[in-house]
Ligand binder design. Structure first.
Ligand code: NAD
Length: 420
């Protein structure tokens, strides 16, 4: 079974390879594999938006996707990404990843993903609002509180979710639970904004403890200083680790004694770049990946570590903050070198877990306090890490394959019970 994609270079062979390793381990039949790999529904829409240009105004038509992979265990759930490279193959692979992620952390959701091939920085706020609301109007028939619930991802944020909720509520009446990651004033959950990064930090802590390392002795490098990277770095520094390097798309910065993450965040917000951060040396993204350190957290886009740079990775442990930051060949090369990898489906699952808590609060119209949300988040992630580690040790397999085995088993069981 291969992903067929009309956009060259846009499918995801790595995802298929990771899943196949778990299929082998589980001894699943070909017909079961085919069902588990198939999308339930793939929807593509055109979204025309009037944009301002140097000569006045023109019409641009964007393409939007929503891939709903599997809903055996509950409504489809997954983010919406705005990025120029968005294509059907990538959205399809990310939708499938969400199915395994929701199953692994054992919440009653399936998996989906959406995307629009747009550079959000090229549009004004008004144009982004129009784009988001038109996308929601066109997707409304396949979405719903008990059908499919969207959330922020790369290039989208709580404001985007507020526009989507407004567009859906226009047609169906006030429906906060149709999206998560909303502003707190509109039914968003306290803690949701920082939840993915915080979750990465919780998982990193339990992973390093299981290796017998102490947080306070650790040197950590992070690629990506957006929502996930910034909050992970901030939380890890608060836990006592030394964040020696961070980077974004414009390059990175390094400080042997450790960076002040809050100050770096303020500097980046003001200057629009990390370059020139006082007290830090410049560092390229390639140098960051090769930096000798204890933990490397790729928290930017997919496939940051591939066959070209995997051999140069200088860290002793990798924690995947981003979705699919390692290609399967890079993953194999690191396995060969004995560098453990904590996979994305557990490391960055804090976002979808807190989205679930937000959805529950919306259904009950009963908001929780931030402390309650974060305590539940940490407890569930630590429990999941232990479950994955136990499977890995029991079967002598890597953490990623163990995580997929657990997740796929749960989805396969749900399909069997439902008689699908
Ligand atoms: P974001 O848009 O807030 O941040 C992305 C960061 O990556 C930015 O700092 C950007 O400058 C940087 N970046 C982009 N290209 C880069 C490059 N070539 N080299 C170095 N840095 C680069 O996005 P985010 O929400 O932080 O998401 C990051 C990753 O985490 C994505 O893979 C996303 O799918 C995944 N993720 C996000 C969430 C969430 O709740 N936001 C949840 C689960 C997974």
């Amino acid at each position: 079974m291969t992903f067929v994609d009309e956009h060259p270079g846009c499918g995801d062979e790595s995802q298929l390879q990771f899943v196949s390793r778990a299929f082998e381990r589980l001894g699943l039949r070909d017909d079961q594999r085919e069902l588990l790999l198939s999308s339930f529904r793939e929807t593509q829409v055109s979204i025309p938006v009037k944009v301002r240009t140097a000569d006045g105004e023109s019409l641009r038509t964007f393409t939007g996707f929503r891939v709903q992979h599997n809903h055996a265990r509950g409504p489809f759930k997954g983010g919406l990404r705005y990025h120029p490279s968005v294509c059907l193959g990538e959205v399809r692979a990310l939708a499938q990843l969400m199915t395994w992620k929701t199953a692994l952390v054992d919440i009653p959701f399936g998996g989906a993903k959406g995307g629009i091939n747009v550079d959000p920085k090229s549009l004004s706020l008004d144009e982004l609002e129009m784009l988001s609301k038109r996308f929601m109007q066109k997707m409304t028939p396949v979405l719903g509180v008990h059908e499919d619930v969207m959330a922020p991802d790369v290039g989208t944020d709580p404001q985007t979710m507020a526009w989507l909720m407004e567009a859906y509520s226009k047609a169906h009446g006030y429906t906060p639970g149709v999206v998560t990651g909303k502003p707190v004033e509109l039914g968003g959950s306290p803690g949701r904004l920082e939840a993915t990064g915080l979750g990465v930090a919780f998982v990193t802590r339990v992973a390093v403890e299981s290796l017998g390392w102490a947080m306070k002795t650790l040197k950590i490098a992070l690629q990506g200083f957006g929502n996930v990277g910034y909050h992970a770095a901030h939380a890890l520094a608060a836990m006592g680790a030394r964040i020696v390097a961070v980077s974004d798309s414009s390059g990175g910065v390094y400080a042997e004694q450790g960076l002040d993450i809050a100050a770096a965040g303020r500097y980046r917000a003001h200057a629009g770049t990390l370059a020139g951060l006082p007290g830090a040396e410049p560092l390229s993204n390639a140098e960051l990946l090769a930096l000798p350190c204890d933990v490397l957290i790729p928290a930017a886009l997919g496939h940051a570590i591939d066959t070209h740079n995997a051999a140069r990775v200088g860290a002793r442990l990798i924690v995947e903050g981003a979705n699919m930051p390692l290609t399967h060949l890079a993953d194999a090369a690191l396995r060969e070198r004995g560098v453990p990898v904590v996979p994305d489906i557990i490391a960055n699952a804090g976002g979808v877990l807190t989205s679930y808590y937000e959805w529950v609060q919306n259904l009950q119209q009963f908001p929780w306090e931030r402390g309650t949300v974060l305590r539940r988040l940490e407890k569930r992630l630590v429990r999941t890490f232990h479950e994955v580690r136990d499977v890995s040790e029991h079967h002598q397999i890597d953490l990623r394959t163990a995580a997929y085995v657990l997740a796929i088993q749960r989805v396969a069981r749900a399909l069997t019970l439902r008689g699908l």
